[in-house]
Design a protein around this ligand. Structure first.
Ligand code: COA
Length: 162
């Protein structure tokens, strides 16, 4: 029988385990350790972890925009590969979306790397839509905003009304 997981808001010290999970889930993704730490320290109420028997198996890092008061933003979600396709990310998202709705937010946004087919599939399943604008570039059949994050770093902005 599969063990049940629980979702809770993040604590500061959770960032250490988050780094391990990100390495397992997405080895080619290079994020500075300090980013995980600042999210769990300064944005902890909009970051969540999924746990089984007190062991973190997935997390979401998000925050509420300071310039667009109706908007929430998701920076990163990762689930330990051993526990993927068990709705862990879906439940992490639902916790974040519920908190955003309660805070009066009406839009959630994020960006996805065009070569991350898994993430694109997950977000479309969750109800997110691509928000392409300006100059776009086709990356192996996937349209992205050209140079979104600087020269040669093309990204797909996604959003969902909540
Ligand atoms: C993306 C990720 C967080 C999804 O986590 P997860 O817990 O496995 O997702 P869920 O089980 O909640 O999936 C929900 C739905 O998303 C879609 N989905 C998830 N993973 C998928 C995959 N590998 N291929 C196709 N569709 C997928 C499916 O529709 C799935 O529903 P189903 O299992 O009933 O078919 C996980 O694959 C991951 O950690 N990837 C590496 C990190 C990453 O790329 N993060 C996103 C950066 S923007």
């Amino acid at each position: 029988m599969q063990k049940e997981f629980f979702i809770r808001t993040a604590d500061e010290h959770d960032f250490v385990r988050m780094i391990d999970i990100a390495h397992l889930a997405w080895p080619e993704f290079a994020e500075r350790n300090s980013i995980y730490h600042l999210f769990t320290k300064h944005f902890k109420d909009t970051c969540f972890v999924a746990e089984i028997e007190n062991v973190i198996i997935g997390f979401i890092l998000g925050f509420f925009s300071q310039v667009s008061m109706s908007e929430a933003y998701i920076h990163l979600v990762c689930v330990d590969p051993k526990y993927q396709r068990r709705n862990v990310a879906t439940n992490l998202y639902n916790s974040f979306l519920e908190k955003a709705q309660k805070a009066g937010k009406t839009k959630v946004s994020l960006i996805i790397n065009p070569d991350n087919a898994t993430s694109i599939a997950f977000h479309i399943k969750m109800g997110f839509k691509a928000n392409l604008y300006g100059q776009t570039k086709n990356i192996e059949g996937v349209e992205a905003v050209k140079d979104y994050n600087g020269e040669g770093i093309h990204m797909i902005p996604f959003y969902m009304e909540i």
